[in-house]
Write a protein that binds this ligand. Sequence first.
Ligand code: 5GP
Ligand code: ZN
Length: 106
Amino acid sequence: MNDCIFCKIIGKEIPCEFLHDDENCVVFRDIHPKEKTHLLIVSKKHIHSIAEMESGDAKVVGHLLQMAQKIGHDLKLAGYKLQINVGKDGGQEIFHLHVHLLSKSG
Ligand code: 5GP
Ligand code: ZN
C-alpha cells in the first residue's frame, strides 16, 4: 500500500490539485487526459479493485458515483462516460479503486 501512487496523492506526499475532497473520496484530473475532461474519482480507502471489494465497500462505490453526478452537474457537462477498469486484463494500471469520468464537454 505504501507504494500506491493514489495513496500518496491522497496523503499529499505527491502534490495534486483536488477538484473535490471529502471523507470518502478525492477528485483530480488525469495526468494523461483521453478526453477534453478526464477526471479520476478516487476512494480514500485503499481498495485494490472492484474484484477485491470487501463488505461495506459497496457504499464507497455508491459514493463515487454520486460524486460523478455532482461533478457533472457542477461543471455543467452535457454528458459523460464513467469507466472502471478491473484487473490487468481490464486495463487497470493503478490498483487503487477509481472511476474515470470522461467528457467531450467541460
Ligand atoms: P487505470 O488504468 O488504472 O484505470 O487508470 C489509471 C489512470 O491514472 C491513468 O489514466 C493515468 O493516466 C492516471 N495516472 C497515473 N499516474 C498519475 C498521477 O501521478 N497523477 C494523475 N493525476 N493521474 C495519474
Ligand atoms: Zn492506494
